[in-house]
Structures are given as C-alpha cells and as structure tokens.
Design a protein around this ligand. Structure first.
Ligand code: NAP
Length: 267
C-alpha cells in the first residue's frame, strides 16, 4: 500500500499503562519521528501520566479492554476513519496466571487466550492494511514460548502461538518490506508477576532466592532497548540476556520432560 505524505505516522502500543508497554512508548518516541502514539490499556490514569512524558509525538489515550469485542471494534473503526500510516504496531498487552490447570478458573484461562492470542491476531490482521514497506510489527511473546511450562500451561501455550505466528508472518511479509519481530524475554521487573501470582501459588520463601526475585529480573528499559535494536537489524526474534538466550537454545535439544521438571522446580 502506498503511503501519501499527508497521512499521519503513528505507533500503536497495547498494554501501555505499565511495564514493557510504557517503555515501548517512551523509547519509540525518542528514537523515531512519529506524529502520534496511540496508547491502549484498561487503566487511563497511568496512560495520562505517560502522555505527559511524551514530548515530540502527540499521545492518544485509548482506554479499552482488549478482551471486549466492542472495544476492539471501536478501535478498528477509529483506525479506518483516521486512515493513519502505522509505522509500529506493538502487540504487548498480555497476562499469565500461575497455578495448576485444574485450579485456575475457566474464565482466567479463556481470558489469557483471548488477550494473548485472539486480540493480538485480530489487531495484527486489522492493522496490517495500514502498514507499508518500512513498518514494523512487534509481537511480545516470552522465553516460555520455547518450552511447555507446567503450572503456567495455558500462558506458555499462548506465547508459543505468538512466537510461531510471528515467525511465519515475518516470512510472508518480508517481500512487502514489513518487518515482524517476536520479543521473548525471561522474567522482567514489571507488574506481570503481581498479576500472575495473585493466588499466592508461587511461595515467596521458595521463590525469593531464585529467578523470580524482582531484584534478579531484567530491567524493562533494557529489554525494550534490545527489542528495538533487534527490530532495526531485522532480526525475527529478540531475546534479552545471555542466560535466557542459553535457555532458548538448550530447550530445543534436551528432552521436554527434563526441561519441564526444571521449570516446575522453580515454583
Ligand atoms: N514481565 C515478565 O516477566 C514478562 C516475561 C515475558 C513476557 N512478558 C510479556 O510482556 C507483555 C507485557 O507485560 P509486562 O511485563 O509489561 O506486564 P504488566 O506490567 O502487567 O503490563 C501488562 C499490560 O497489559 C495490559 N492489559 C492487561 N489486560 C488487558 C486487557 N484486557 N486489555 C487491554 N490491556 C490489558 C495492562 O494494562 P491494564 O491493566 O491497564 O489494562 C498493562 O498495561 C505481556 O504480553 C507479557 O506476557 C512479560
């Protein structure tokens, strides 16, 4: 699709009220010329605070629940009405719930699939016609995408979907000059584990000295900086840190039963 000069250049960032999404908005604004950054999440207040920090691009705050069909429709209608040139789509909104599959509610599992898989796929499909050569789609997956994860079973499966989908889409869209990258971080210091562990499944005394200690988690600024740098280099996957890179490589070779035992021992 040809993008005329009059169309505004925008970035769309989902899950922009916290964590990685907030960082993506800040760093995209610093790094690129964009007329607007559309910020999407349910909580408006943190997005208003973020908007005050954006100086070059206009922040457009769109409070919405991406698990709601009508909210997604309203967003797609807005895009069609305004016909922007989407330079970046960052499909970042997502959540996970830790616990035995049988103990998590059906609603929790379905909402994970709805947000992490359905909304991401729907937005990608609806927004792609507004992308052109040079546009970039950033799909936030996880390092857990590389291996089935007991007690994080549905979450890990949703992220495997994101990784597989992103890689295939990258192949399909390469001739059009549209880049797709899957971001696969290990534990990052955001609100993610407060949401994931709100049932208290992961016990602090067992967890504190291990990987899920907040102090040992990756810095969201660094994860996003690496993702944007990898996107510029046209890499199809971005993995922050040596240890997570090692994990991603090793699980491809060792029997999944051994990998799953190691993963489940961490809780
Ligand atoms: N942190 C980690 O350790 C880690 C590791 C690997 C991958 N990831 C992935 O990174 C992405 C960002 O997570 P994060 O670490 O930044 O976690 P976070 O701090 O909890 O942020 C999650 C974001 O998603 C938004 N969100 C949640 N449900 C939503 C809904 N129904 N509709 C719209 N927005 C919704 C939240 O906003 P509202 O609550 O305001 O709606 C928030 O802005 C997720 O896809 C996550 O799976 C995180």
């Amino acid at each position: 699709m040809e993008i005329s000069k009059e169309r505004k250049k925008i970035a769309i960032v989902t899950g922009a009220s916290a964590g990685l999404g907030k960082e993506f908005a800040l760093q995209l604004e610093k790094k690129y010329f964009l007329d607007e950054i559309w910020l999407l999440a349910r909580r408006a207040e943190p997005m208003k605070q973020l908007a005050e920090k954006l100086q070059k691009a206009k922040a457009v705050i769109i409070p919405c629940d991406l698990n709601s069909d009508s909210d997604i429709r309203a967003l797609i209608d807005k895009i069609k009405r305004e016909n922007p040139a989407v330079s970046f789509l960052v499909n970042n909104a997502g959540f996970g719930k830790l616990g035995p599959f049988t103990e998590l509610t059906e609603q929790e599992q379905m909402q994970m699939i709805s947000l992490n898989v359905t909304a991401l796929t729907r937005l990608t499909h609806s927004i792609l016609p507004f992308c052109a050569s040079g546009s970039c789609i950033i799909q936030v997956a996880s390092s857990i995408a590389f291996c089935p994860a007991p007690f994080f079973a549905v979450y890990a499966a949703t992220k495997s979907f994101v990784l597989s989908f992103s890689r295939a889409l990258q192949f399909e869209l390469k001739p059009n000059g549209i880049h797709v990258i899957a971001v696969c971080p290990g534990p990052v210091n955001t609100e993610f584990f407060d949401v994931a562990n709100n049932s208290g499944f992961m016990k602090n005394d067992r967890v504190a000295p291990k990987t899920f200690n907040h102090a040992l988690m990756a810095d969201p600024q660094k994860v996003v900086a690496k993702a944007l740098s990898d996107a510029e280099k046209k890499r199809s996957i971005s993995i922050y840190s040596f240890s997570i890179n090692f994990f991603a490589r090793i699980v491809a070779f060792i029997p999944k039963s051994i990998a799953m035992k190691a993963i489940s021992n961490r809780y």
